[in-house]
Design a binder for this molecule. Structure first.
Ligand code: MN
Length: 288
């Protein structure tokens, strides 16, 4: 069985723009080495928004050196970026944006959701790129709910959606730069599952809703992440309530992490260069 290293709790809530009341469940500030290639995970909501005419969200800002993965659980988002990509994603959909050499983008509630109001919940994961790919061309993948395999777990335990990687031969639709699994699980109260993450992968279990007992030993609740030791073996998750968890596994990059705001590179010089390029307009302009 894969050993648990620690359970880490989210920081205080803060707003990202006026659209996303967020708790950062982990970040590379404290857990960069332990969780490589994963840099950060923000959990937004669930939060109720009243109907309005003014789209809420976060305006134009840059990124360089990594990927942002946005999983929508409730509500609807709209995205637009300087590479000319964009679109709407609703409940169950995932946006996998590769910032790489640089992108400017906006993240807003969709016009329909803005007008109707309602509950918004999403998670945004930052996935680091290996040094050799940090200056690759930007990319954008819309992963629709219907294209994400949903595997029914034995014993009425729940459902596992394969966003990236592979679970028992079910292939996730995301194209990734390094070997990664993103499994999105919904567990029924009383459900218990044994999962086989790849040996040698970084392994983390993020609880977005409910309470789970991990390896029949440690309890983790909403907005906590269970960080495992590098190693081998299965893990068990038992849900005492209905639960929503994300299992993240990936090959560790073992490269220096130097980040500042929206940029994550390997050296201070590369961060300085990112600011120069941004201010000189080399990260592009959003499509009108
Ligand atoms: Mn962003």
């Amino acid at each position: 069985m894969r050993a648990i290293r620690e359970i880490h709790r989210a920081g205080e809530p803060h707003w990202v723009g006026d659209g996303f009341p967020v708790r950062s469940i982990f970040s590379y500030d404290g857990l960069g080495r332990e969780l490589s290639p994963f840099l950060l995970l923000d959990h937004a909501g669930p939060a109720k928004f009243t109907p309005t005419d003014q789209q809420r969200g976060v305006g134009e800002h840059p990124h360089r050196g990594f990927e942002t993965v946005t999983i929508v659980y409730e509500g609807e988002l709209e995205h637009r970026d300087s590479a000319g990509n964009g679109g709407r994603i609703g409940a169950g959909d995932v946006q996998w944006m590769t910032a790489a050499s640089g992108i400017l983008h906006e993240e807003y509630h969709s016009p329909d959701f803005t007008r109707s109001g309602g509950t918004m919940e999403m998670a945004q994961l930052w996935v680091n790129l290996p040094a050799r790919s940090k200056m690759a061309l930007p990319g954008y993948q819309t992963l629709l709910n219907r294209d994400i395999p949903a595997v029914t777990l034995d014993g009425n335990a729940g459902v596992l959606r394969v966003v990236a990687g592979d679970y028992q031969g079910h292939q996730g639709p995301a194209r990734t730069f390094t070997p990664i699994n993103v499994w999105d699980l919904r567990l029924n109260a009383g459900g218990r599952v044994v999962l086989p993450p790849p040996d040698g992968h970084t392994l983390a279990l993020v609880v977005l809703q409910g309470t789970v007992l991990v390896n029949d030993a440690e309890t983790a609740s909403v907005d906590e992440v269970v960080v495992f030791e590098l190693g081998a073996g299965d893990i068990t998750i038992a849900a005492s309530t209905e639960a929503k968890v994300l299992l993240l596994s990936g090959e560790p990059l073992n490269e220096p992490i130097v980040g500042h705001g929206p940029f994550v590179m390997n050296t201070n010089d590369e961060i300085r260069q990112a600011f120069v390029d941004f201010h000189q307009g080399r990260l592009g302009r959003p499509a009108a």
